[in-house]
Design a binder for this molecule. Structure first.
Ligand code: 4NP
Length: 160
């Protein structure tokens, strides 16, 4: 994505399916990067499905993230709710299924807020989606972090 103008964004919601692997990773990484540059922004994450409501991040996601220095505290899974579409300035989907689920629930006047998170990636132009690591091995969680770090840096450049 080419930057010509900074986006006016005061709040970001990261969304995946279960809100225990990819979106909490994005939440933790972006929270840290935004904190480092003292960007005042509200950050949250949610899942298009509610089956892990109240659960903390998946232990494999947390272990991989903590190893890279990210803080995974104060994260608890929740489903996307109708108010999120009005409340958040930017709603970032991890994959195309998340994107289309969000678009089908979102009132038309807020649909412009929804984008694929990897639209902001710079080092992985061939990737559109953060792949679901849930049923795979540890390497999948490392790749999630690689993609999330790249897109978080790209997002930060566009809004700060
Ligand atoms: P996430 O990963 O969407 O990145 O949180 C998943 C977590 C749980 C399930 C699928 C994906 N699940 O089927 O329970």
């Amino acid at each position: 994505m080419t930057v010509t103008q900074k986006l006016k964004v005061r709040s970001v919601l990261f969304v995946c399916l279960g809100n225990i692997c990819r979106s909490p990773t994005a939440h933790a990484v972006f929270r840290q990067l935004a904190g480092e540059v003292r960007l005042p922004i509200e950050i949250d994450s949610a899942g298009t499905a509610g089956y892990h409501k109240g659960a903390g991040p998946d232990r494999r996601a947390k272990a991989a993230g903590v190893k890279r220095g990210y803080d995974f505290s104060k994260l608890a899974a929740r489903p996307v709710v109708a108010d999120d579409f009005e409340k958040f300035d930017l709603i970032l989907a991890m994959d195309k299924a998340n994107y289309s689920d969000l678009m089908s629930d979102c009132p038309p006047e807020y649909q412009h807020k929804i984008q694929l998170f990897l639209n902001f990636a710079e080092r992985y132009p061939e990737e559109d989606e953060v792949p679901d690591p849930y049923y795979g091995g540890a390497q999948g969680f490392e790749y999630v972090l690689d993609l999330v770090e790249d897109a978080s840096n790209g997002l930060l450049k566009q809004i700060s």
